[in-house]
Write a protein that binds this ligand. Structure first.
Ligand SMILES: [Cu+2]
Length: 434
C-alpha cells in the first residue's frame, strides 16, 4: 500500500514538473519572437574585457573578418570548439582576426577561463529573427543579458576596485545619500548570473565615503517584497538610528522609505552597512544587501593626511550561498585587477561580510595592518597574511615596491578553486607597473 502511494505521488510530482517546464519554454518562445539581430558584413570588432567577450553572439555574412582585442590585464585565448581557429595566447593589447568563409555556428572560448564563451553565426540572411530555429539555441543567453544586470542604478561612477561610489547632494549642511534595496540579476563571473537583492543594483552596494565630522542623511527606499532596515556596522550612531529591525525601529515596509540621520564621529577607517531586518536577516545578507562605508580623515582625504597614499581600494570578501566565494561580488577571473605604479603607497580597506574566516594572503610584498574595525592599532603589525573574521574590517597599508602581477587571495584552497580545479573565487591581484 505504502509503495503504491509512493509511486502515485512520484507520478503527480513528475506531471507537475512537466507542466511547469512546458510553461517556461512557452514564455521564452513568446519573448524571443520580438527579438531580431542585425547581421554584420565586412568587419566586426569584439573586445575582451573583464574576462568576458563584449558580445556573446555575433551574426555575420560570409567573408566577414572578426577581430578580437584583449583589453584585460591577463592573457586569454579565442579558441574555436570545432578547431576552426585558435588565437593561442593573446596578451594584453594584442588582437586576433579570423575571416569566416562558410555558413554555420562557431562556438569559441578561452582555454584559461572556460566560462568565457562566445558564438559567431555565419548566415546568408540580412536579418536574423529568433523564430529561426537555427538560432534558437542562443536565445536563453540573449534573454538573460536583457535582464537588468546589477550595474549600479543611480549614476554611481565605477572605481578601479569595481565598486561604485555613491554620489551625494549637500542640503542644509547634510550630505544626503539615497539607497534603494531592490531585486536585480548579478553577474558573479562570465556565465554565472544569479538573482540578487542589492542596494542600487550592485553587489556590494555602492561605497559610501564621508569625512569624519560630516552630518549625513541616508534615505533608504525598500523595493523588495519584504521588510528591511539598514544597520551602520561599527559606526557610532544614536540608538534610534541603529537600524536594527524590531529593536530600534520597525522594518521599512515594501514600497516605503526611511531616513537615517547621524553625525560621523568614528575615526577614519573601514566600516560597512547591511540590512538588519527583524526576520530573514540571513537571507537578506546572503542575497547581497550590504556595502562598504569608509570614513576619510576630516576635511581632506587620506592622500593629504597620510602623504604618499596614491591608491586607495576597498575589498569586501564574502562566502554567500548565492554568489559563492567572492571579492566585491565577483569571482576570479571577473575580479578587478588593481593598478599601482612602482613606489606607490597603497591603502586597502578590507571587509569580511561572509560567515567564515578568510586568511587573505598577498604575494610579493608585505603589508601593515594599521586599523581594525576602524580604530588604529597601538602599533601597526607587518604581515603578508591576515585572517579576516566575519563582520570585521581592516585597513592595510603597503608600498608597491616590486613590478609584477601580485596575487591577493584567500589561503583556504577550497575558496579559490572551482569544481574543475580551475582558479576561481576569492582571488584578485595588484598590477604594479613602472
Ligand atoms: Cu576563504
Amino acid at each position: 500500500m505504502q509503495r503504491r502511494f509512493r509511486l502515485f505521488s512520484s507520478l503527480i510530482i513528475l506531471i507537475l514538473l512537466c507542466v511547469t517546464a512546458g510553461c517556461q519554454s512557452q514564455t521564452a518562445a513568446t519573448e524571443d519572437k520580438a527579438v531580431s539581430h542585425t547581421v554584420h558584413s565586412g568587419s566586426v570588432h569584439i573586445d575582451i574585457t573583464g574576462s568576458a567577450f563584449s558580445t556573446d553572439v555575433v551574426y555575420v555574412t560570409k567573408g566577414t573578418k572578426v577581430t578580437w582585442e584583449n583589453k584585460d590585464e591577463v592573457a586569454h585565448t579565442v579558441t574555436s570548439k570545432s578547431g576552426a581557429f585558435d588565437s593561442k595566447d593573446l596578451q594584453t593589447g594584442k588582437t586576433f582576426s579570423y575571416t569566416f568563409k562558410k555558413n554555420g555556428t562557431y562556438s569559441y572560448y578561452c582555454i584559461y577561463h572556460p566560462d568565457m564563451v562566445g558564438k559567431v553565426v555565419v548566415t546568408d540572411q540580412k536579418q536574423m529573427s529568433m523564430d529561426d530555429p537555427s538560432s534558437m539555441n542562443t536565445s536563453s543567453n540573449d534573454k538573460e543579458n536583457a535582464a537588468p544586470l546589477g550595474t549600479g542604478t543611480s549614476g554611481e561612477p565605477k572605481q578601479a576596485d569595481s565598486l561604485r561610489l555613491l554620489p551625494y547632494k549637500m542640503e542644509n549642511g547634510y550630505k544626503v545619500f539615497h539607497l534603494t534595496a531592490e531585486p536585480v540579476w548579478w553577474q558573479v563571473k562570465p556565465g554565472k548570473k544569479v538573482k540578487a537583492w542589492a542596494f542600487n543594483g550592485s553587489v556590494p552596494g555602492p561605497e559610501i565615503k564621508v569625512n569624519q565630522g560630516d552630518k549625513v542623511k541616508i534615505i533608504v527606499k525598500n523595493n523588495l517584497s519584504e521588510g528591511t532596515t539598514v544597520h551602520w556596522h561599527g559606526l557610532d550612531v544614536p540608538f534610534d538610528q541603529d537600524g536594527s529591525g524590531g529593536i530600534s525601529q520597525p522594518d521599512i515596509k515594501p514600497g516605503q522609505t526611511w531616513t537615517y540621520t547621524f553625525t560621523v564621529k568614528s575615526p577614519p577607517g573601514s566600516y560597512m552597512y547591511h540590512s538588519h531586518p527583524m526576520n530573514d536577516m540571513l537571507k537578506q545578507e546572503d542575497m547581497g544587501l550590504f556595502g562598504p562605508f569608509i570614513v576619510e580623515p576630516k576635511g581632506t582625504g587620506w592622500k593629504q593626511v597620510h602623504p604618499g597614499y596614491q591608491d586607495e581600494y576597498t575589498l569586501m570578501v564574502n562566502d554567500s550561498s548565492q554568489f559563492g566565494y567572492t571579492i566585491n561580488g565577483l569571482s576570479y577571473p571577473a575580479t578587478p585587477v588593481l593598478p599601482a605604479k612602482l613606489g606607490d603607497k597603497i591603502l586597502v580597506h578590507l571587509i569580511n561580510i561572509g560567515m567564515m574566516d578568510h586568511p587573505m594572503h598577498l604575494h610579493g610584498m608585505h603589508f601593515q595592518e594599521i586599523n581594525q574595525d576602524g580604530y588604529p592599532l597601538p602599533a601597526p603589525i607587518t604581515m603578508d597574511t591576515i585572517n579576516t573574521a566575519p563582520g570585521t574590517t581592516y585597513d592595510l597599508s603597503f608600498t608597491a615596491d616590486q613590478i609584477g602581477k601580485w596575487l591577493f587571495h584567500c589561503h583556504i584552497t577550497q575558496h579559490v578553486t572551482d569544481s574543475n580545479g580551475m582558479m576561481s573565487g576569492m582571488v584578485t591581484m595588484f598590477n604594479v607597473k613602472k
